[in-house]
Design a protein around this ligand. Structure first.
Ligand SMILES: [Mg+2]
Length: 195
């Protein structure tokens, strides 16, 4: 079985820009290619899971979104990083959901197609709906990055983030995943030895 890291796009991988529709406006955050590469080198499959209600709202088309994603794929490829798939939900919040986070639908689909063990996988994002998406899918940990809207969310005393892991940015999130997953492997090995 495979392990995966599911990544929100805006504010997590690239700089948050409201309704980004121009490929040239896509700007990876500092350290992102290296962080993704290290996760990939440790055997994690990488997926992007993004809400793109700008399509449902008529701000941009699926074709324009594809151009943005082509650039994202090209920038990642410069560091040898491959996204197994980029899932996007084009609907607005009031339309019936086709996978819009916090729906776990894309993660559940990916787990079947790519044989992913969700309980050993992770979700990273900058919004509550990202964290909830991971929890709804049963991932090992949802990680909130402080980039994008993340620091705003942290300043909300009414929202319980005790189940989430907090990271400054994707670099720190990747470091957490690598250390958490190796301690999990050690523990499993230990349990086997003592069984
Ligand atoms: Mg985001």
């Amino acid at each position: 079985m495979n392990r995966a890291v599911f990544l929100d796009r805006d504010g997590t991988i690239n700089r948050e820009k409201s309704y980004l529709a121009e490929p040239e406006a896509l700007e990876l955050l500092n350290g992102v290619p290296e962080a993704l590469r290290s996760l990939q080198d440790h055997g994690f499959l990488l997926f992007v899971v993004t809400n793109q209600s700008g399509i449902g709202r008529g701000f941009y088309t699926e074709r324009e979104l594809k151009a943005v994603h082509d650039r994202l794929v090209a920038l990642a490829a410069e560091s040898g990083v491959v996204f197994r798939r980029i899932y996007y939900a084009p609907e607005t919040p009031d339309e019936p959901t086709c996978g819009r986070k916090p729906s776990p639908r894309f993660l559940l689909n990916a787990s079947k197609i790519y044989r992913i063990e969700l309980s050993r996988s992770y979700m990273i994002g900058d919004k509550l709906s990202d964290l909830q998406c991971g929890w709804n899918a049963g991932v090992r940990k949802s990680i909130l990055v402080k980039t994008g809207y993340g620091s705003q969310l942290l300043s909300r005393p009414d929202i319980d983030l005790s189940r989430a892991q907090i990271a400054e940015n994707l670099t720190e999130a990747a470091e957490y995943i690598l250390s958490d997953s190796s301690s999990m492997t050690d523990r499993r090995r230990h349990e086997k030895l003592n069984a």
